[in-house]
Design a protein around this ligand. Structure first.
Ligand code: FES
Length: 121
């Protein structure tokens, strides 16, 4: 594994992923809960640019005593990427697909040093 420069630390926000290209591979990088996470920008469903999708909180449905849906709430403690092609959602913290935890985004190990961000490829 080689360490490759991704971008400057100051280029990374916590609202949208920055898309960087390293050796022909697109990588989405975002600051999340104080750490930097980086995923290959390819959705495991059909290859869409998953990291370019919306960043949305988990949707929780509240039911009444007869199990009828009452309302929806957002859980901002769990944020998701929503793939722009077909709407699959992935937990930003782990890369797991919300509907099936066996499906995951491809994650890179990130190193932040001297105000730059590197990934191991
Ligand atoms: S390609 Fe991402 S949801 Fe289909």
């Amino acid at each position: 594994m080689a360490e490759k420069l991704l971008c400057a630390s100051s280029d990374i926000s916590d609202t949208t992923a920055r898309i960087c290209e390293v050796e022909g591979v697109e990588i989405g990088v975002i600051r999340h809960k104080g750490t930097i996470v980086a995923y290959r920008n390819v959705c495991p469903h059909q290859g869409g640019p998953v990291c370019e999708g919306l960043k949305m909180p988990r949707v929780c449905v509240e039911f009444d005593e007869q199990r009828r849906p009452l309302r929806q709430n957002f859980d901002t403690a769990e944020m998701h990427f929503v793939c722009p092609w077909h709407g699959w959602e992935f937990k930003i913290e782990t890369g797991e697909a919300v509907g099936d935890s066996k499906i995951r985004l491809s994650r890179y190990k990130v190193v932040e040093r001297d105000e730059n961000v590197y990934v191991e490829i």
